[in-house]
Design a protein around this ligand. Sequence first.
Ligand SMILES: O=C(O)CCC(=O)C(=O)O
Ligand SMILES: [Fe+2]
Length: 356
Amino acid sequence: MLPRDQNSQEIIDFVVNKGNGIKGLVDSGIETVPELYILPVEERLEPSKILPHESIPVIDVSNWDDPKVKESICEAAGKWGFFQIINHGVPSEVLHAVKEAAHRFFGLPNKERNKFWAGNSPTDTVALKTSFAPQAEAVLEWRDFLSFRCGPHDMESFPSWPPVCRDEVVKYIESAKPVIRKLLEILLKEIKVTEIDKAREYELMTAPVVYFNYYPRCPNPDLTAGVLPHSDITSISLLLQDDNGGFYVRATDGESWIHVPPIDGALVINIGDVLQIMSNDRYKSIEHRVVANGSKDRVSIPIFMNPRPDAILGPLPEVLESGEQPLYKEVVYSDYFKYHLSKKHEGKKSMEFVRI
Ligand SMILES: O=C(O)CCC(=O)C(=O)O
Ligand SMILES: [Fe+2]
């Protein structure tokens, strides 16, 4: 535990230990951002660091078999690590319904929401948490999140999931899975992996997790962070954002930031650390961050595609076939995510853990 002053300790107690979350704190009527949430000046997103005229690619995937579509996907994954897709086939009603479901869950009275707080939850497949790693953070992130583990056996605990949102989560993940599979097939084919067999599936997509990220309105969004810069430790992530904006990705100069404008019906796709490692840097897992919102409650709903905890990751043999040197040592996925979770969000620090 980090040393804290008394006021911050009381807030930790209310928000984290008692499981009220930042949502509970905002509902208690705070009118200023508490010290515990104020970032040092150098960690805030200064407007001068934003490139207003840059944007990540938007790719129309209505015809997956069009070679130009495939090329755009692989190019975007190598250059930007991020792109948006439109005409992907996930029905807009499903997307709309899952966003409404997230608002319904976070609109529950504290006492009802709290039943799913990590440690209290009736099932270990659903957990409500706040910030990212409060025990390791000097400054907390202005975010609560509810996670749903959605692997094949996890669904057996569906009856214990929150009734106000569980159907919508299942519809969302089931409709998104074919899109994710298609994207992975295209990306892997480009690096000479012609088929996603069982072993590859184990490394890429066996343990999906859905988050409801909830960022309640913040009295002074410039002082704090919704989510600090980080890369995802996934193979690939798919993100549904609402129309509030506030999501930024690292520009190709490695210094500046680019806003990802909400597009109605679009999904944001990003490469995670696992695929950067497996592709030996062909594809890039790029940092991103969220700025809190001064006027509205924001939700975002990512699907994180993860390996099984005991999967062993490293650059793929197909990629190294021509004699190319591996840039990463082999790592058991559970060691990688334990390392990631032991510290605050710190850009791409987790990847240094396995870089040769
Ligand atoms: O809220 C967002 O738009 C992105 C959140 C995010 O990056 C994450 O949950 O890993
Ligand atoms: Fe992320």
